[in-house]
Design a protein around this ligand. Structure first.
Ligand code: PRP
Length: 183
C-alpha cells in the first residue's frame, strides 16, 4: 500500500506552502537586511525541508547550523522529555540567532531550546516556525515568523513524520487516525 493511502486530507499543497514561505521570507528579509550575520539554527529532523526552501528566498547574508531534538518517540504526543541529540558547532554568544522549526505544538521543545540559547548570551533569539498549533500549547512561547496556524489534527509531510515516516510527502496533510490508533 502506498504511503499516500494513509493521508486523510491535504491541508496545504506544495504550491500553497511555497507561496507562504516566500511571504515569511520577505518579512525576515525586511527585518534582517542590516543585521550582523545572523545564524539560522535548524531543529532537525522535522525542519529540514522548510529550511531548504526558506533559505532560497532569503536575501540577507547569514550562516547555518543544526541542532537535533527529540521528544515524540513513536507516539503522537510529546513525551515532555526533550533530548538534545545534536548541538550547535560554534559559540552563539552575541549572535543574532533565528531558530527554524517545523511545528510548535505543546511548546515544550521550543521552550527548552530558547532556555538553552538564552543562557549562552545570544544577542537576539527569534523563531520562525512553519506551523503553529496553539490549541495544544502547554508552555507560552514566542513565534516571530509563522507560516500557518494548524487545527488540532496529526499533521504529516513536508518534513513532519509519524514514526519517522511520511517526511517526504510534498504537501502537509492529516494522517488517517487508523494508522496510529492502538499506539
Ligand atoms: C517535533 C517538531 C518540534 C516538536 C514540537 O519534533 O519538529 O520540534 O516536535 O512539539 P512540541 O511543541 O510539543 O514540543 P520531534 O521531537 O518529533 O522530532 P523530529 O523533528 O525529529 O520529528
Amino acid at each position: 500500500m502506498s504511503m499516500y493511502d494513509d493521508v486523510e486530507k491535504i491541508l496545504y499543497s506544495k504550491e500553497t506552502i511555497q507561496k507562504r514561505i516566500q511571504e515569511v521570507a520577505n518579512e525576515m528579509n525586511a527585518l534582517y537586511s542590516d543585521a550582523d550575520l545572523p545564524l539560522l539554527i535548524c531543529n532537525l529532523k522535522g525542519a529540514f525541508m522548510f529550511l531548504a526552501d526558506l533559505v532560497r528566498y532569503l536575501d540577507f547574508r547569514h550562516e547555518l547550523d543544526f541542532i537535533e531534538t527529540s521528544s515524540y518517540g513513536a507516539g503522537t504526543a510529546s513525551s515532555g522529555d526533550v533530548r538534545f541529540l545534536l548541538d550547535v558547532g560554534e559559540s552563539i554568544k552575541d549572535r543574532n540567532v533565528i531558530i527554524v522549526e517545523d511545528i510548535v505544538d505543546s511548546g515544550i521543545t521550543l521552550s527548552c531550546i530558547l532556555e538553552r540559547f538564552e543562557a549562552r548570551h545570544a544577542q537576539s533569539v527569534r523563531v520562525v516556525a512553519l506551523l503553529n498549533k496553539p490549541s495544544r500549547r502547554e508552555i507560552e512561547v514566542p513565534i516571530d515568523f509563522c507560516g500557518f496556524v494548524v487545527p488540532n489534527e496529526f499533521v504529516i509531510g513536508y518534513g513532519l513524520d509519524y514514526d519517522q515516516q511520511y517526511r517526504n510527502l510534498p504537501f502537509i496533510g492529516v494522517l488517517k487516525p487508523a494508522v496510529y490508533q492502538g499506539d
